[in-house]
Design a protein around this ligand. Structure first.
Ligand code: HEC
Length: 165
């Protein structure tokens, strides 16, 4: 499984790292919109559930960056670990054809499924590497993986998420 996944990932690594190069802050990311659900939606409601999951990824990413900027690497570890865990659910939360009015998912997701999957895998790889680096209190490595991790958010959103209305 890992072997196949990492082979797929390598194909998109170049484009992802090029995009990540310019991303030093959260400037290009939005962390949610007005209609936040107050509790976890039914996991069977695919779009509502994955939006909730993604917003939690966003909340963790924001909190994580704040802690890292403040030098609190150990505390950032659990946010990174949560993002890594969430990333493993992305594939199952985008069944074919699950776009529609309430969703910002683009049709390109299913036209380029391998690239979408590779992007989700890369998010997990970077978030997990960040978790390890934070646990080791290695600031250089933390920053490197943080930049790469935010690169995967941006790259996936640019390719596969419709602009906000
Ligand atoms: C594999 C692709 C992919 C990756 C990687 C990814 N996202 Fe997303 N994200 C999406 C898609 C697609 C949607 C829209 C889902 C929908 O509306 O059905 C979304 C939605 C969101 C939302 C919900 C709010 C909104 O307006 O749509 C937030 C917040 C978000 N992502 C933050 C992040 C952050 C932060 C990261 C990185 C730490 C990240 N995402 C990584 C694909 C991705």
């Amino acid at each position: 499984m890992r072997g196949i996944v990492s082979r797929v990932v390598r194909g998109v690594l170049i484009s992802v790292s090029v995009m990540a190069g310019g991303l030093h802050s959260l400037g290009g990311l939005s962390f949610g919109h007005e209609n936040h659900p107050t509790q976890m939606p039914d996991p069977q409601q695919t779009v509502a559930f994955r939006t909730y999951l993604m917003e939690n990824v966003g909340a963790n990413a924001k909190e994580m960056k704040g802690k890292i900027d403040a030098g609190k690497l150990e505390e950032a570890k659990m946010n990174a670990a949560a993002i890594a865990l969430h990333s493993t659910r992305i594939a199952a939360l985008f069944p074919e054809g699950s776009s529609g009015d309430s969703s910002r998912a683009k049709e390109e997701i299913w036209q380029h499924w391998d690239a979408f999957l590779a992007s989700a895998t890369e998010l997990g790889t970077e978030a997990n590497a960040l978790t390890v680096a934070a646990g080791e209190n290695n600031a250089t490595s933390v920053k490197e993986h943080m930049q790469k991790m935010f690169g995967t958010c941006k790259s996936c959103h640019d390719q596969f998420r419709k602009p906000e209305e």
